[in-house]
Design a protein. Structure first.
Length: 254
């Protein structure tokens, strides 16, 4: 069974607004649909400080145009997003919840679930080029005025790669319950910083990346299915296999 899906939505209007800071709306949709089918699972997913082991893309549309500096873009055609998890129970509950109640309200726009499509996964993972469907967030703690404060890391810092790898290994342990492999590195080909308001007044700096991943197949697959980096359940860290041939503007391998 594939654990990655494309959810395609039809709007009741020919045009619709999509706020740039919209991940928390999708998170709410996912949790609500899971809770409608499996209350115990929903409660388990709300445990603090434990990776939630699912991720999703930003919300996209078949056509889009900017709205003259407004905090949203105008979407046309179908809207869609991707969802992925390594946990069968999670995807079964979410998809069943969507199909049971296909009417979806997001940021005061009404959509209807048109199709839910299972997507084929790669046969292998190491050595492939990936690009982000939602940006990758990696953080660390740094002392500030006598307290430890969260600091958003960038790919220009060595700690970014160290914490990215440790996060992946922690997810591996949660999924498989055994000692994780250590073979993992990435080579960044392109990067672009994005800043999102994940909750009112709380901002997260994250990175859209194109990168090559090398190492243990199962470890990379964990990132592909559950998301790379942190805050995956907030809408960060989903990637796809990138099939575009592009000029390599940057090269950083760690």
């Amino acid at each position: 069974m594939s654990l990655r899906f494309l959810i395609r939505l039809a709007s009741e209007n020919s045009e619709f607004r999509v706020p740039y800071n919209h991940q928390h709306y999708l998170q709410g949709l996912i949790y609500h649909r899971i809770r409608s089918v499996n209350l115990d699972l929903s409660l388990a997913l709300h445990r603090p400080k434990v990776p939630k082991l699912f991720t999703y893309s930003l919300f996209m549309s078949e056509e889009r145009q900017s709205a003259n500096g407004a905090p949203y873009f105008i979407g046309k055609g179908k809207g869609f997003f991707y969802f992925s998890t390594p946990i069968t129970e999670i995807v079964e509950a979410f998809i069943e919840g969507l199909l049971k109640n296909p009417e979806v309200i997001l940021w005061n726009e009404k959509f209807y679930v048109e199709t839910v499509k299972s997507l084929q996964e790669p046969r292998s993972y190491s050595g492939k080029t990936y690009s982000t469907l939602s940006p990758i967030a990696v953080t660390t703690l740094k002392p500030s005025f006598g307290k430890l404060k969260q600091y958003d890391l960038s790919p220009m810092e060595d700690k970014f790669y160290e914490n990215l790898k440790e996060n992946l290994k922690a997810k591996y342990v949660l999924i498989y319950g055994r000692e994780p492999p250590n073979e993992f590195s990435i080579e960044i080909l392109n990067s672009k910083m994005k800043r999102f308001e994940v909750k009112p007044g709380i901002f997260q700096r994250a990175w859209h990346l194109v990168f090559k991943a090398y190492g243990d197949e199962e470890l990379i697959k964990v990132g592909y299915r559950a998301g790379f980096g942190e805050k995956n359940s907030l809408g960060f860290g989903m990637v796809k296999v990138d099939k575009n041939k592009r000029k390599k503007k940057e090269r950083r391998r760690r």
